[in-house]
Design a protein around this ligand. Structure first.
Ligand SMILES: *Cc1c(COP(=O)(O)O)cnc(C)c1O
Length: 360
């Protein structure tokens, strides 16, 4: 059967009707890649999977939410969408707006968005305004503007974003034939952890899965408001997609953590970059730094004995399954990749010199 995007696939679980005009780029249906290395790191009885959301049409999971948010906005007759963005929301909003022929306005924090994402928003024709402030300032402004004008806000405060994004948990359950035992993921504005948890609960309620995963969310150490229990005024991290000091879905993230018996912890930029390089060099999976927070978190929890301790509570005679959500593609932020490695050397175009340089 043809794949026609997440709304078509999971229509029964989404607030759409026959009249909803579907704007899709065939988002979703991303691979769940078994990780040999991380599975053996955890040891016998554990299986680790990577949900590679970077393979969505604009390179991040935001497309799942945006197909819903833009489709519903068009149904309601809106002429423009607007968002604050650390990059990927604007890239996605710009693409779906372009496809449906409506205007897209984006506020970004000046200098704090990865080059690939900025290029996407611009090439799709969005009106991009950089503000002298951070993401939280941008979101405040967007809320004020969309409150007063007939422009649809497409940040994850838009409930249709959450609805669309929850389909990723459906896909995981469909692929594993049940929910995993644990899920590790980055937390920024906290819409995505909210969406996954909602999706897992709905699937179980509908009898499509028998269990619920423990939700393990990870913030960057310099932007960890939920971990510290207070907003962070000047959030800092190289993982720009989660550089957020006052998450919009804070309460929902805490609820996901507590209801699932999981946790929200933080990982340092160093740990993030280490996981980023492990994913690229050992798994062949290139992600942007924020996405590596999930694997940095997995490694941190493993070193603390978290999974084995929780495993003991589980009497079932089967492998414990852990899914790490890789939220965005590595090509979004090529500058970061180049800075992590040695740049290529240049030699004369001669056989001997090239052979010498290769070490042959
Ligand atoms: C948006 C984004 C996040 C954070 O998701 P939230 O829903 O804001 O918590 C993480 N990684 C990437 C690549 C993103 O684009």
């Amino acid at each position: 059967m043809n794949y026609n995007g997440i709304i078509d696939k999971y229509r029964d679980y989404l607030p759409v009707t026959k009249k909803t005009p579907i704007v899709t780029l065939l988002e979703g249906n991303t691979p769940l890649i078994p990780s040999q290395n991380l599975s053996s790191m955890l040891g016998k009885g554990f299986e680790v999977f990577l949900k590679y959301e970077g393979l969505n049409p604009t390179g991040s999971f935001k497309d799942r939410g945006m197909t819903m948010a833009v489709s519903k906005a068009i149904e309601e007759g809106t002429e423009a969408v607007m968002c604050a963005s650390t990059g990927n929301t604007s890239a996605s909003a710009a693409a779906f707006a372009a496809r449906s022929g409506i205007r897209c306005i984006v506020l970004i924090p000046k200098g704090a968005i990865a080059l690939g994402k900025l290029a996407q928003a611009l090439i799709h024709g969005a009106q991009v305004i950089a503000i002298d402030g951070n993401f939280d300032d941008a979101l405040d402004l967007v809320k004020q503007i969309t409150d007063q004008h007939p422009i649809t806000l497409v940040n994850s405060l838009n409930p249709f974003r959450i609805e669309g994004q929850k389909t990723a948990s459906f896909e995981i359950c469909d692929m594993l034939d049940d929910a995993p035992d644990f899920q590790c993921m980055p937390v920024g504005n906290a819409g995505n952890i909210t969406a996954y948890w909602k999706g897992y609960k709905e699937y179980k309620q509908k009898g499509r899965s028998t269990r619920l995963p423990m939700m393990c969310g990870f913030q960057a150490a310099g932007s960890a408001p939920i971990v510290h229990g207070r907003p962070i005024k000047n959030p800092e991290t190289i993982a720009t997609a989660i550089r957020i000091g006052n998450p919009a879905s804070w309460q929902q993230a805490v609820a996901a953590r507590d209801e699932s018996g999981g946790l929200i912890d933080m990982v340092t930029d160093e740990e993030i970059l280490k996981a980023y390089q492990i994913l690229a060099a050992k798994e062949g999976v290139f992600v942007e730094p924020a996405s590596a927070a999930s694997v940095a978190g997995l490694i941190k929890l493993h070193e603390q004995g978290y999974f084995t301790e929780n495993r003991k509570l589980n009497t079932a005679n089967r492998n414990i399954q852990i899914v790490c959500i890789l939220t965005g593609h590595g090509l979004k932020d090529p500058d970061r990749a180049i800075r992590c490695v040695r740049e290529p050397i240049t030699v004369e175009a001669k056989l001997e010199t090239v052979m010498e340089a290769i070490g042959l």
